[in-house]
Write a protein that binds this ligand. Structure first.
Ligand code: 13P
Ligand code: SF4
Length: 323
């Protein structure tokens, strides 16, 4: 492992400077599993979307730096409006959240009267104001099942996740046709060829992957579920179909096991990396803490409406003991 300190042009040891600033400003660094390893290693907490929301709701820090994408920072701000929330790069968006503009969702909802609206957390704050309950990939199935079977549900924006939950629960939720550009591009042919080369490997897949990929997976789950499964499984080898950042924690926790990133469709690109997540760097994190920018702002009116479906998710998750 490389332990050489990463320094700026001015010879500042970034890890040390970040640790000092964090202490001085009573800040907490929350990072998603898809962040670069150096950011994961310096964060106070590393987790999936659900855990990030839970920590943001509970922290007594004055500043939250959310090393993830914009909707994650926005969710933290909505849950803790009195705190300053920053993300290292404001351009860290999400193709899935972009696939569901609030005005179009509103028209869709109007075309389906009497439906409960369940939205994945990968959405803008404006979409959350149109939502009855938010879900993440860790709790989506259980939250859908918490509604009586006859409930008419609109689920969005991830169509693959929606189809997967319909198949598990026997529901017939109306699905928004959105997708994540990273999870959509895993190739069935290449996965099968890789499995042929490593017949002893188990295939792990995030439910945002296409149905054909989920069908050949040995285990389907959120990032934290995949991590737990790989730790507790007796298997020694895994092909991992999600953003490749998760391999850092998998490998760290299981040094005796082999983790192979699932191949993207186009061998010439690193498309199993989320280009939005990877915009965040240690240097940007340092600047973010030092200059307290870029900050996430949410209007009071949107915050007031959007917090309800997020709190509802957190309450149901707490009752179900989901972490
Ligand atoms: P998790 O809910 O597993 O953290 O996934 C979030 C995400 O952005 C997946 O692409
Ligand atoms: Fe959004 Fe996909 Fe990146 Fe997750 S991996 S943040 S869903 S673009």
């Amino acid at each position: 492992m490389n332990t050489t300190p990463v320094k700026t042009k001015d010879n500042i040891d970034l890890a040390q400077a970040i640790t000092d600033l964090k202490k001085k400003k009573n800040a907490v660094i929350l990072a998603h599993y898809y962040q670069n390893p150096d950011i994961q290693d310096i964060a106070d907490f590393v987790g999936d979307s659900l855990a990030l929301a839970q920590w943001a709701a509970e922290t007594d820090a004055d500043i939250i730096v959310l090393c993830g994408v914009h909707f994650m920072g926005e969710t933290a701000k909505i849950l803790s409006p009195e705190k300053k929330v920053f993300i290292p790069d404001l351009n860290a968006g999400c193709s899935l959240a972009d696939s569901c503009p609030a005005d179009e969702l509103e028209k869709f909802i109007n075309r389906h009267p009497g439906h409960t609206v369940i939205s994945y957390v990968n959405t803008t704050a404006a979409v959350k104001t149109l939502t009855d309950v938010v879900v993440t990939s860790t709790n989506a199935r259980r939250i859908v099942e918490s509604f009586p079977p006859e409930t008419k549900i609109i689920f969005g924006p991830d169509e693959n996740l929606g189809n997967y939950i319909n198949s598990l629960t026997g529901r017939n939720m109306v699905l928004w046709k959105g997708a994540c550009h990273v999870h959509e591009q895993f190739s069935l042919e290449k996965m099968l060829a890789l499995k042929g080369e490593h017949p002893d490997a188990l295939i792990l897949a995030h439910p945002e992957c296409k149905t054909v990929i989920l069908k050949i997976a040995d285990y389907v789950g959120s990032t934290s579920d995949l991590l737990k499964f790989s730790t507790h499984s007796a298997s020694k080898k895994f092909i991992v179909a999600t953003e490749s950042g998760i391999l850092h924690k998998m490998q760290r926790g299981n040094p005796d096991k082999v983790f192979i990133p699932a191949p993207p469709n186009d061998a010439t690109c690193a498309c199993n990396e989320c280009n939005f997540m990877k915009l965040n760097t240690l240097e940007k994190l340092y600047h973010c803490l030092k200059y307290e920018t870029p900050e996430i702002f949410v209007s009071e009116e949107i915050q007031r409406k959007a917090v309800k479906p997020i709190r509802r998710m957190l309450n149901i998750s707490e009752k179900l003991g989901l972490k």
